[in-house]
Write a protein that binds this ligand. Structure first.
Ligand SMILES: *Cc1c(COP(=O)(O)O)cnc(C)c1O
Length: 367
């Protein structure tokens, strides 16, 4: 049994996928070939945004908007304490300070009250200027934007959504990518929409931001590639990866629906099993279920027992980013929920090709 079965997906995509890759190679336009522009336009349509810039990964897709906004030393960017390192990393890379905010126990996403407290703390201390908030759509579930947005608006902060795990999720009819001033996603193979290597994209409706982003991602180019008007990066998506993504995008909506059916079935089969807490399904929201994550007190014992029965599982994350050595010096308020989740979470096999039979085996093993 696979934790994520990408070979089953590859079999479904079949010959057209092989042809798309062969064509990208044969074209000789390996850097910024036609599939890249085509992907940007298809992604913009999918998310309902005006502008998309394809990137080589989501770390760059989150780094570039911070650069474009001129966020740097002396600035505070609020990030959840319970997330993948890249969220805080990009803030530190531009010289600003990540400020860690606790998460909600039910959805694992940024907690609005904790955000409010963290902003107040930064203002009280007076050393940093609050500039932006980076909500994360962790495990595929849209962050609690209904509660976060009024706070962010009142404080006049920028919103950069880390939707590396949540691309295509919806909240009240809005698609992730279109939420916030700007968003970055990842096409790392294990994400819900992945390519055959590293990949990512930036999404925005902001016409101002799009005057600098395309330049920043090609070494700050001006009139041409050898005219450098700002300090930038090499941050391009390979043509071959764009070709793969164009094929995968064709089945993505269908895959999201299947993921949702599988997650609901897990919830039904495990919901009344006392020691485990199943992830909530928020009214008006649709998760893309990048992970299906339970909470259980005896997590390590459960993981060992599953392993014995040949069932793969993963722990995202044993140690939240706020508690990692590299981020020890950055400010935070109390983050007790993030600390607790590190000891309790366990993610089960989740992908659109998981059969009922496999799911029943997993459920039986957990019971
Ligand atoms: C995977 C991930 C990233 C980084 O994505 P890359 O494409 O590997 O750079 C950033 N944030 C979150 C929440 C992620 O899960």
């Amino acid at each position: 049994m696979h934790f994520i079965d990408l070979q089953a997906q590859r079999a479904r995509l079949g010959e057209p996928l092989n042809q798309a890759i062969a064509q990208a190679v044969a074209s000789g336009q390996w850097i910024l070939g036609p599939p890249v522009k085509e992907l940007e336009s298809q992604l913009a349509k999918f998310a309902g945004v005006k502008h998309v810039v394809a990137c080589p990964n989501s770390t760059h897709a989150l780094h570039l908007p911070l650069m474009a906004w001129g966020i740097g030393p002396g600035d505070a960017v609020f990030v959840p304490a319970f997330t993948f390192a890249a969220t805080a990393e990009v803030v530190a890379l531009v010289g600003a300070s990540p400020v860690f905010v606790d998460v909600r126990e039910d959805t694992f996403n940024m907690d609005a009250d904790s955000l409010k407290a963290a902003i107040a703390m930064v203002k009280r201390e007076g050393k940093l200027t609050p500039r932006a908030v980076m909500p994360v759509d962790l495990f595929g579930q849209p962050a609690d934007y209904r509660a976060l947005e009024p706070i962010i608006r009142a404080e006049k902060l920028l919103v950069l959504c880390d939707t590396a795990q949540g691309f295509g999720a919806t909240l009240d009819g809005r698609v992730t990518g279109s939420i916030g001033d700007c968003a970055g996603t990842s096409f790392f193979p294990a994400k819900s929409l992945g390519c055959y290597g590293d990949g990512g994209a930036i999404f925005t409706n902001d016409d101002e931001l799009i005057t600098t982003l395309p330049s920043l991602h090609v070494h700050g180019q001006g009139a041409d590639r050898y005219d450098n008007v700002r300090v930038g990066l090499n941050s391009r998506l390979d043509t071959i990866q764009a070709a793969v993504l164009l094929e995968k995008l064709k089945i993505y909506t269908d895959e999201i629906e299947t993921r949702d059916t599988i997650a609901s079935a897990y919830n039904e089969k495990l919901g009344n099993l006392k020691p485990v807490i199943v992830p909530p399904i928020t009214k008006g929201a649709r998760s893309v279920w990048a992970q299906y994550t339970l909470r259980v007190e005896k997590r390590d014992a459960l993981q060992a027992a599953l392993k014995e029965q040949g069932i793969p599982s993963m722990v995202y994350y044993h140690r939240p980013v706020a508690l990692q050595k590299a981020y020890a010096e950055y400010p935070r308020g109390p983050v007790p929920i993030s600390e607790k989740l590190g000891a309790e979470v366990i993610s089960l096999p989740m992908h659109p090709y998981l059969t009922d039979e496999q799911q029943d085996r997993i459920v039986a093993a957990i019971r």
